[in-house]
Design a protein around this ligand. Structure first.
Ligand code: UDP
Ligand code: MG
Length: 324
């Protein structure tokens, strides 16, 4: 039986956590009782620098049940880093780790299915949502476009798979070797390789509280994903440069012809227009290049991706799980 760590990143989730904890505990207990998971399995909440009572709640759950562990980050490091921190902590004691959101959007009922596929030899199991009926049109449209753009840019990500996934110890060890600061797990995990499986699930509505991913965060997340894995935007820029140069040769020919035909007027409009156009395109291109340079900058600094403030886990003190 595998030791399963269920890793749950939490950022200001005090409204939903009591509900989540009950659901997950019930599920974990039934997995243990039915012999699908070892007694040393844990629910590991990662408090991503919350400013509400999230950590107090986690501490309370931990005191109430030996099956609950908690990891507190010193400040808000972002969803991906919180997830990574949890996975790396799980790597110490678990055979496999399953990550899911704190808001119960990821269907808890299919947890057993993940473990089953792991037992059948899958080192990575992706949770893929069946349809997006509970999402607003806007969220669905932006999210699905994101996957499509990513695939067009040659980035290997699993369609409609978020961060609901199981990773075995070997995959976690491999993930540990990826030292990049701008971490985008959906892109990195397929890069690791190993045999993988898929579990389909219904995505529910957030059980309580509000989304911690406002549009601004979503956009920067998408951009992060693209620039972390693809240099194709840089190529697009060069191609754009070539096209514009060709066009300007045509423009020059036109200007020469009209000059010799004697119909050239002081072309104020054309000049001003082209200055703006070119200026705009140049700024855009510099911006994209700057984005990559910024990335190099933060990778070169090689700062820690998260700082751990506290870790509560009873696998250290070996308190036995009591069957009820
Ligand atoms: N989250 C986090 N740090 C952040 C933002 C979000 O750990 O800076 C967690 C959040 O608590 C939740 C998960 O990431 O468990 C997904 O966030 P949310 O449900 O708000 O995103 P949505 O489902 O709306 O895209
Ligand atoms: Mg959510």
């Amino acid at each position: 039986m595998p030791v399963v760590y269920i890793v749950v990143p939490c950022y200001n989730e005090q409204e939903v956590l009591p509900k989540t904890n009950k659901r997950l505990l019930d599920k974990l207990v039934s997995l243990i009782d039915s012999g699908q998971a070892d007694e040393k399995s844990r629910i590991l909440y990662v408090d991503d620098g919350s400013s509400d009572t999230t950590w107090e709640l986690i501490t309370r759950f931990h005191n109430e049940s030996p099956l609950v562990s908690g990891l507190k980050l010193a400040r808000n490091a972002g969803h991906q880093n919180a997830l990574l921190a949890g996975l790396m902590a799980a790597r110490e004691s678990a055979d496999c780790a399953i990550s899911l959101d704190a808001d119960l959007q990821d269907d808890v009922e299919v947890l057993g299915e993940f473990i089953k596929q792991y037992m059948q030899g899958c080192e990575v199991v992706y949770g893929v949502r069946k349809k997006r009926a509970t999402d607003t049109f806007f969220k669905r449209f932006t999210a699905e476009s994101f996957y499509k753009i990513m695939n067009h840019l040659g980035i290997d990500i699993v369609f409609n798979h978020a961060d609901y996934r199981l990773m075995g110890k070997r995959a976690l060890d491999a993930l540990h070797e990826y030292r990049e600061v701008n971490i985008f797990l959906r892109g990195i995990v397929p890069m690791i390789g190993f045999k993988s499986g898929t579990v389909y699930y219904e995505r529910h509505e957030r059980a309580a509280g509000v989304s911690k991913y406002p549009l601004k965060k979503m956009l920067s997340f998408a951009l992060e994903g693209i620039t972390s894995f693809s240099v194709r935007p840089l190529k697009i820029i060069s191609n754009l440069g070539i096209v514009i140069s060709l066009l300007s040769v045509l423009g020059l020919l036109y200007a020469l012809v009209s000059y010799f035909a004697g119909v050239a007027v002081p072309g104020w409009t054309a000049i001003v227009a082209s200055i703006w156009l070119l200026g705009g395109i140049q700024l855009l291109c510099i911006g994209v290049v700057g984005g990559y340079i910024g990335k190099i900058y933060s990778e070169v600094k090689n700062r820690p991706r998260y700082i751990i403030e506290a870790y509560l886990d009873k696998n250290d003190s070996s308190i036995p799980y009591i069957k009820n």
